[in-house]
Design a protein around this ligand. Structure first.
Ligand SMILES: NC(=O)c1ccc[n+]([C@@H]2O[C@H](COP(=O)([O-])OP(=O)(O)OC[C@H]3O[C@@H](n4cnc5c(N)ncnc54)[C@H](OP(=O)(O)O)[C@@H]3O)[C@@H](O)[C@H]2O)c1
Length: 340
């Protein structure tokens, strides 16, 4: 089956339903992959051959190396693809070498463009909340960067729903660019965004871009309940379980994935990605890989269509506990549903 495409939220921008995340490119203190240029070139080639037109990176990934390597790997193909990058993380020792101030954003975008070897970024994302900068300043600066032509669309990442909602209102009041995408952690083992962020995105036409869709590789099924994570895996190399999740539930989900896999002829990774591709509001799932084998495995997730029974089994197994006031809102909404 071929790659599918969709609009990024309510914009006219058409992106593939898988986005290739390049956080594993380059060497960093985070020990996330150490992918070299030669492998990066092969990966980007395979990704393009499989119909992906959407790439995600950030200024802080391997201290800028990820952006540089992606730019090199794309070469002339840059004009055919959608590049997303991010700013907010610390890139130097100075007070203004981090955050979402006008000063830092203007610096950060120029440096990202230089590293990527392009004169515009399609989607520029704030990488997280900045408690030190007024939101008005951030939205105003982002709007000016869009107006300058260096950026086409803007998005947020790792915002609480109230922070995103506030930003949307401020952008409207200022008459400036508004957020079009939400890059958030979302996987079978972390469905927290279903409480607040997903409803906001559905209401406002914001495209959801799940990050760490395999919970850092855990959902591939390669970790064992009765053994320590081994070297050569992300969790083994780093000694950190990130993103965090309930480990007991994690192993139960992997057992379920292992049981479903032979029934439908798909791998645990493919099933986990296919589940996300069915979730409301999800525009494009950001896949990651450290090797070509992993990449090929994950690329085939678009061929896996989960039937209602399998989908519901995974839904039930990982259902988030209802939070207040959401359960009260749901109760009270029952007599506000239109009658057929
Ligand atoms: N906005 C944010 O704050 C944020 C945060 C994190 C990521 N992101 C974005 O999301 C992208 C994806 O995140 P992620 O890399 O954490 O995704 P992920 O899919 O949860 O984890 C990818 C890692 O899992 C392992 N893996 C992947 N596929 C596998 C397979 N088929 N079989 C076995 N192992 C497999 C590999 O690690 P090992 O081989 O090393 O075990 C790979 O590097 C990033 O590139 C980045 O663009 C954004």
């Amino acid at each position: 089956m071929a790659m599918e495409y969709t609009n990024l939220g309510n914009t006219g921008l058409i992106v593939s339903r898988l986005c290739f995340g390049t956080m594993t490119f380059g060497r960093s203190q985070w020990k996330l992959g150490g992918v070299e240029q030669k492998t990066a070139d092969l990966m980007v080639g395979a990704v393009l051959d499989n119909g992906i037109n959407f790439f995600d990176t950030a200024d802080i990934y391997s201290a800028g190396q990820s952006e540089e390597m992606l730019g090199k790997a794309l070469g002339q193909k840059r004009q055919d693809v959608i590049i997303a990058t991010k700013a907010r993380g610390r890139v130097g020792p100075g007070h203004n070498d981090a955050g979402l101030s006008r000063r830092h954003l203007f610096d950060a975008i120029d440096k990202s463009l230089r590293r990527l070897g392009t004169d515009y970024v399609d989607l520029y994302q704030v990488h997280g909340w900045d408690a030190l900068t007024p939101l008005e300043e951030t939205m105003d600066a982002l709007g000016d960067i869009v107006a300058s032509g260096r950026v086409r669309y803007i998005g947020f990442s790792n915002y609480a729903a109230w922070q995103a909602a506030l930003s949307i209102g401020i952008a409207e009041r200022l008459g400036t660019a508004r957020f079009r995408s939400a890059q958030m952690h979302y996987s079978l083992l972390c469905r927290d965004i279903e409480h607040e962020v997903v409803p906001l995105c559905l209401s406002e036409g914001i495209g959801i871009l799940p990050w760490s869709p395999l919970s850092g590789g855990f959902l591939s099924g390669k970790y064992r309940r009765d053994a320590e994570p081994v070297a050569g895996t992300r969790i083994g190399d780093r000694g950190v379980w990130f993103p965090p999740f309930d480990r007991d539930l994690g192993f139960k989900v992997v057992e379920a994935l292992n049981a479903i896999a032979p029934e439908i002829g798909a791998t645990p990774s493919q099933i986990s990605l296919a589940w996300l591709l069915r979730k409301p509001g999800v525009t494009s799932v950001i896949i990651g890989a450290r090797s070509m084998e992993q990449l090929k495995d994950n690329l085939r997730s678009v061929d896996v269509k989960l039937d209602e029974k399998v989908f519901q089994r995974l839904e039930d197994l990982t259902a988030p506990k209802p939070l207040y006031p959401n359960w009260m809102i749901a109760n009270q909404s029952q007599d506000r549903l239109p009658k057929n």
